[in-house]
Design a protein around this ligand. Structure first.
Ligand SMILES: NC(=O)c1ccc[n+]([C@@H]2O[C@H](COP(=O)([O-])OP(=O)(O)OC[C@H]3O[C@@H](n4cnc5c(N)ncnc54)[C@H](O)[C@@H]3O)[C@@H](O)[C@H]2O)c1
Length: 254
């Protein structure tokens, strides 16, 4: 085992959804540990993330990618391997939140959109990342699920279904590749301050409701998700696979 268990010098990490929020904070955390970062995102603000990575002295590549498009994801992974030679880790984190409404008021279009980005996007990413990792000696994958992948929240049926699916996909892939040097885990964040949750956190009544269920009484900063991802992708987590890691300020403890 390596002396330094969380060492990303010379390692390449692919991150989706790193234009903003949890993905951006995690990309910068990996970059601070010396990793090369490949970003797949639909949002051009990923260029700002790439510039911040450069400031930190690390290398990055941004490939504009819609994770729901399998051929775009195939291209993302092949560009990553062409530029850096291999893929050591991947953080499949891109996601969307549907409008809040009870199930019968959710549209079929929103359901399809959420499933195609939040669930099929993770399938697309793992499919091509795993092929690349098998060719280059293995790797580690973390998929962003949610507390909503473990328990249900009201008004979010398509998201809850997609995130439960991410947990299932992560477990299934972990079993398929357990003996081939590829570990797969899911991260389940609780409430995190980001563009996604801005519409809730800007509404004082909604915040009161959310905080009633929060033992720590606050939302997390995106940076507070990064450490668990760095751990799970590292040699320090060499026996950890097929699991869901809750990082939720105690939300699901009661
Ligand atoms: N914020 C929370 O409270 C919270 C809680 C649990 C889980 N999550 C999950 O964390 C992940 C990151 O969310 P965040 O809170 O940082 O929000 P965010 O909106 O800041 O980040 C989402 C990222 O995904 C990208 N993205 C969206 N659709 C995409 C697509 N089709 N292809 C490629 N990229 C796409 C966005 O451009 C953005 O960079 C999501 O999967 C989300 O479901 C968030």
């Amino acid at each position: 085992m390596a002396d330094n268990l969380i060492d990303y010098q010379g390692k390449t990490v692919l991150i989706t959804g790193a234009a903003t929020g949890i993905g951006k904070a995690t990309a910068l955390a990996f970059a601070r540990q010396g990793a090369n970062i490949v970003i797949g995102d639909v949002d051009d603000r990923a260029k700002d993330t790439a510039a911040d990575i450069k400031q930190l002295g690390a290398e990055s590549l941004f490939v504009k990618t819609d994770v729901s498009d399998a051929s775009a994801v195939e291209n993302l992974v092949s560009e990553a391997v062409a530029r850096f030679g291999k893929l050591d880790a991947a953080f499949n984190n891109a996601g969307l939140l549907p409008p809040t409404a009870p199930l019968a008021e959710q549209s079929a279009e929103d359901f399809d959109r959420i499933i195609s980005v939040d669930l099929k996007g993770v399938f697309n990413c793992m499919k091509y990342e795993i092929q690349a990792m098998l060719n280059t000696g293995g790797g580690a994958i973390v998929n962003t699920a949610s507390v909503a992948g473990v328990v249900a929240d009201p008004g979010m049926a398509p998201y809850v279904a997609a995130k439960h699916g991410v947990v299932g996909l992560s477990r299934a892939a972990a079993l398929d590749y357990a003996t081939q040097g590829i570990r797969v885990n899911a991260l389940a964040p609780g409430l995190v301050e980001s563009n996604m949750t801005r519409r809730w956190l800007d509404d004082p009544e909604f915040v009161d409701q959310l905080m009633a269920n929060s033992p720590v009484g606050r939302a997390a900063k995106p940076e507070e998700m990064a450490g668990m991802v760095l751990f799970l992708c590292s040699d320090a987590a060499s026996f950890a696979t097929g699991q869901v890691y809750l990082n939720d300020g105690g939300q699901t403890a009661h």
